[in-house]
Design a protein around this ligand. Sequence first.
Ligand code: G3P
Length: 224
Amino acid sequence: MRLYIDSANLEQIAYLNDYFPIAGVTTNPSIIVKEKKPYMELLKEIRGIIGEEKELFVQLIGDTAEEMMAEAQYINRAIAGKVVVKIPVTTEGIKAIKLISAYKIPVLATTIYTSMQALTASMAGADYVAPYVNRIDNLTGNGIKVVQEISELFSAYNCKTKILAASFKNVQQVHDVCLAGAHSVTVSAELMGKLIDFPSTNADVAAFKKQWQGYYGMDKQSLN
Ligand code: G3P
């Protein structure tokens, strides 16, 4: 399982990259514009925080496959380290996935709502597919079931494409896609903390500390 930060906020990324087992950062146009900065400058700053080994996902915004190809080449040249371009699964997007993956630039197929979109993107050469779990749920679909179907199809056809599940609003959705066969998830900064937050753990730690202090009279181990 690989865990990604779904944010372009530099403070959040620096904090989470320091504390959590992060594999990289995913962005999309909405996430980027929230930061109100020139986007290339922002992407380079994110790269500066996470280093060159962790993946940085950048969404293409061109309308045609050829425009997306030109964008992918530009982004790949301009940003150092491991960059993955995100391409929406439209008809032009599928063509772009074929062109760009043949050019050996890693590709994530995004805005996925159905398992057939994922399978088609995989056949086109996508390295990752990103099913939008919460957005599927909001359409009275079943985001977890879509992830499970993608997982089954990828196993049945020996697809190398990885499932990077996205769009979560709660920990239960993240938990369920992990069980449903997702290889990785991308979550917001708010949700990342909640993955491990449990009141009993903090209460237990406080009780251990109190007992330790009560007997030894100090709140740290003596390291001498
Ligand atoms: O990575 C895709 C994701 O950002 C979409 O999430 O919460 O806007 O549905 P959301």
